[in-house]
Write a protein that binds this ligand. Structure first.
Ligand code: A2H
Length: 267
């Protein structure tokens, strides 16, 4: 696609212990923290995360990670990361391997479907816990195959969450419980002049985006929101509230990485 390498922030969404203990496959794992790694270009929107998206028919793996970089050397224990095998292969060259450079240590594989409904803790999130849900346009060929959902600022996320709320058939198809979906309303995170603080909702309504499959209308909504959000948006949450997104972005990224709540991942 683009010219140079793309730098993602991989936000560490931690699976709750009780959700692991009652899971058919994951309960067999040794007791270590397990994180889904969500790839984002907008780390400053973590305050507005309402759920986590996966590709229901995608293949994911659990990888044991022993941190290699100096920054992480005070960390005595290894952790489990969940992501696509493709992302794990790339990450193994970037300081996140299982003890051997360039070699991911795969513990087991599972499908996206097997992740649906698991509960997570997301850093700086407005909700105590969030759930893993399916979105159709999550690609396993990009990022980690795992996406943090911010329906206030991402038209894709806004429309996909609304689809799950509006379409009982969709919830039935994926065996979704109402409590995984309905309590989660968009959270104002970025104020955009003339759009307000739920710019994805406003843009989806302006362009009459009818579903997450409505690609043409979604593209218009995204083009408008992303530019305006980045250049004119002002942050509403966290220690940098009041600053322009452009200024706060790098600081939030730096804080998340130094607090080990996120990693930098390039591809
Ligand atoms: B962004 P690029 Cl609030 N499949 O994060 C589909 N979408 C993916 C993905 C995958 N495998 N991996 C990452 N993404 C999404 C937040 C956000 C994002 C906001 C606004 C815009 C935005 C919350 N979701 O992205 O095509 C992730 O969503 C605008 C482009 O790899 C990630 O950042 O360049 C973005 O797409 C990466 O897009």
């Amino acid at each position: 696609e683009g010219a140079g390498p793309l730098e993602y922030i991989g936000v560490k969404l931690q699976l709750e212990e009780e959700t692991v203990e009652s899971h058919a496959v994951l309960k067999s794992l040794k007791r270590k923290p397990i994180f889904l790694i969500a790839a984002t270009l907008r780390p400053e929107t973590i305050y507005g995360v309402t759920n986590c998206w996966i590709a229901s028919n995608g293949t994911y793996g659990v990888y044991e990670i022993i941190y290699q970089s100096d920054e992480w050397k005070d960390k005595p224990e290894s952790e489990y990361f969940i992501m696509t095998p493709r992302a794990a292969r790339n990450m193994a060259f970037q300081g996140f391997d299982g003890g051997e450079f360039g070699k991911p240590k795969e513990i087991l594989q599972l499908t996206g479907e097997q992740l649906i409904g698991l509960s997570l803790k997301s850093p700086e999130c407005s909700f105590e816990k969030i759930y893993i849900l399916p979105m159709f346009n999550v690609s396993t060929q990009k990022g980690t195959g795992i996406v943090m959902s911010v329906p206030s600022d991402s038209p894709d996320d806004y429309r996909a969450l609304l689809d799950l709320k509006e379409k009982a058939g969709l919830r039935e198809k994926f065996h979704l419980k109402n409590e995984w979906v309905f309590p989660f309303e968009p959270v104002p995170v970025v104020d955009v002049p003339t759009f307000g603080d739920l710019s994805a909702k406003v843009a989806c309504e302006k362009f009459h985006v009818r579903s997450q499959n409505d690609v043409d209308a979604l593209k218009k909504a995204k083009d408008l929101v992303y530019l305006k959000g980045f250049y004119e948006g002002k942050l509403l949450k966290g220690p940098y509230a009041g600053e322009l997104v452009q200024e706060a972005k790098a600081k939030i990224k730096g804080d998340l990485v130094s607090q080990k709540k996120a990693i930098v991942y390039c591809e």
